[in-house]
Write a new protein. Sequence first.
Length: 187
Amino acid sequence: MFIDSRSLNSPLPCNSRRPIWVFGYGSLIFKVDFPYLERRRARIRDWVRRFWQGSHDHRGTPDAPGRVVTLIPQKGAVCEGVAYLVSPEVLAHLDYREKNGYLRLETELIFSDQETARGLVYIATEDNPAFLGPAPEEEIARQIARSEGPSGPNRDYLLKLARALRELDEHDSHVFAIERHLLALEA
């Protein structure tokens, strides 16, 4: 089920006149369609990346949702990604892009040089109507293989994310297992 969460993301939870860091862990790593002032490798603690969010507006349809990543709390975990320093005006674009159930939350970012900063991250929590939840990785791969939406085939999202994580030298066993199952289905 599609939910437009844009109105839930206002006002800014920070000073709206200064640039702010935004952490990307999914498509924000490989699809940068917004201006930014700086890009840095970063990570956040106590979260894991999972293909548990439905995509009814980008990588699927309301009748046949695709699957995209969200973050799930897990004590002691570390999620690697990319942080972008953006002007506050960029958040309107990101709110639109992440409108299907994602909420902006504040978090501490840890950069590769161990410097830290406060920033924002978009997370689709399990209480949003588009949340699909856990499933066996092979089942997730089958759903991704058959899903397509206005932003293209769901498989492209998975494969681009896996490639981007490899370019960051990041091993994500969940993402890579789903990728293996998808490639086996297509063989």
